[in-house]
Design a protein around this ligand. Structure first.
Ligand code: NDP
Length: 316
């Protein structure tokens, strides 16, 4: 009971649950929190992705166009095969023209660059994505740099990365955009919050941090050289884990009531799990994404949204 009362006070002082979303006045909330079992609310990525997909389909109908997305795969990486097929399939489901281009593992860098140039010049193509990783004879940076920034629906081109960090309109990487949408789905206001992102990759950590900063969070980025990472993480009212290490984030690293977004995809004994120790963390967090079913479903939905955006910009 003492623990519950203390926890209730902590809730009150942080005052960061989605009061607006729940419609609870703070005083009522204290009573309810102290009586509850303190389990976090699940952030349902599948449901949030469905809403975004419906928006994409409605926008396509409104614009009266059929945006073209081309997903390029080189080689036979089994994970890439599934990702690319699913992307092209989802595109067709939502009313886009989804095409999958598959090239052999032996493709040369110059042949792939020529293919990208051809897609850049094709007016029916609004979005180009080249699935990574690429075979070792191809430099992914050269390929990304060759994509027309207006068709760079993965948001990896240096022009789009620069625009994002300048806080100007850009095609934003899909997983980070999805993370923001999941945070927004909780009703927790981002402005003024202490946000900690664990991971500083170009495709997840850095863009997530830039997006949180653009929304006026106070952002800290942690990485493999961060000292006392647990103490930094515990300050986070919004915690994003993008590390690639199974169950790295333990309950002790989570501030009570924090919004916890788990980007990680790891496998233990053939089962998928995230970077957060979900079972333990859900007792402390206020909101948490599961793995699978959290960030994962958002990535493809945002890709579709980016393609429609790219098409609208080019064609209207
Ligand atoms: P990277 O390997 O590119 O980056 C991992 C980051 O985590 C690095 O910045 C690294 O630090 C940091 N890190 C690694 N070990 C530690 C540690 N012990 N302590 C602190 N920081 C550490 O991975 P990605 O960003 O590409 O992906 C992260 C995870 O997200 C993966 O599991 C990936 O599968 C998943 N993912 C999921 C997606 C989805 O759609 N759900 C999409 C993309 C990725 P440093 O820079 O110092 O090395």
């Amino acid at each position: 009971m003492t623990a519950l009362v203390i926890t209730a006070l902590v809730h009150l002082s942080f005052s960061m649950r989605g009061d607006r979303a729940r419609g609870w006045p703070v005083k009522t909330k204290v009573t309810l929190v102290s009586a509850a079992a303190m389990a976090a609310q699940l952030i349902d990525g599948k449901a949030v992705a469905k809403v975004l997909e419906a928006e994409v389909a409605a926008e396509i109908a409104r614009l009266g166009i059929r945006p073209g997305l081309v997903a390029v795969r080189v080689g036979n990486d089994p994970a890439s095969e599934i990702y690319v097929r699913n992307k092209a399939k989802k595109a067709r489901e939502l009313g886009l023209e989804g095409t999958e281009l598959v090239f052999p593992e032996t493709m040369t860098e110059s042949a792939l660059l020529a293919e990208v140039a051809r897609l850049n010049a094709d007016d029916a193509v609004d979005g180009i994505l080249v699935q990574l990783p690429l075979p070792k004879q191809i430099d992914p940076k050269k390929v990304i740099d060759a994509i027309d920034p207006a068709k760079d629906v993965d948001g990896f081109h240096p022009a789009n990365v620069g625009l994002l960090h300048l806080g100007r309109p850009a095609l934003v990487p899909c997983t980070p955009s999805g993370v923001m949408r999941l945070i927004d789905s909780t009703g927790v206001a981002i402005e003024g919050k202490r946000a900690v992102v664990i991971g500083r990759s170009d495709i997840v950590g850095k863009p997530v941090a830039a997006l949180l900063l653009a929304r006026n969070a106070t952002v800290t980025i942690c990485h493999s050289r961060t000292r006392d990472l647990a103490a930094v993480a515990r300050e986070a009212e919004i915690l994003v884990a993008a590390i690639g290490r199974a169950r790295f984030v333990t309950a002790e690293m989570i501030r009570p009531c924090a919004v916890v977004i788990d980007v990680g995809i790891n496998r233990i004994d053939g089962k998928l799990c995230g970077d957060v120790d979900f079972q333990a963390a859900k007792e402390t967090a206020g909101w948490i994404t599961p793995v699978p079913g959290g960030v994962g479903p958002m990535t493809i939905a945002v890709l579709m949204s980016n393609t429609v955006r790219a098409a609208a910009r080019r064609r209207t």
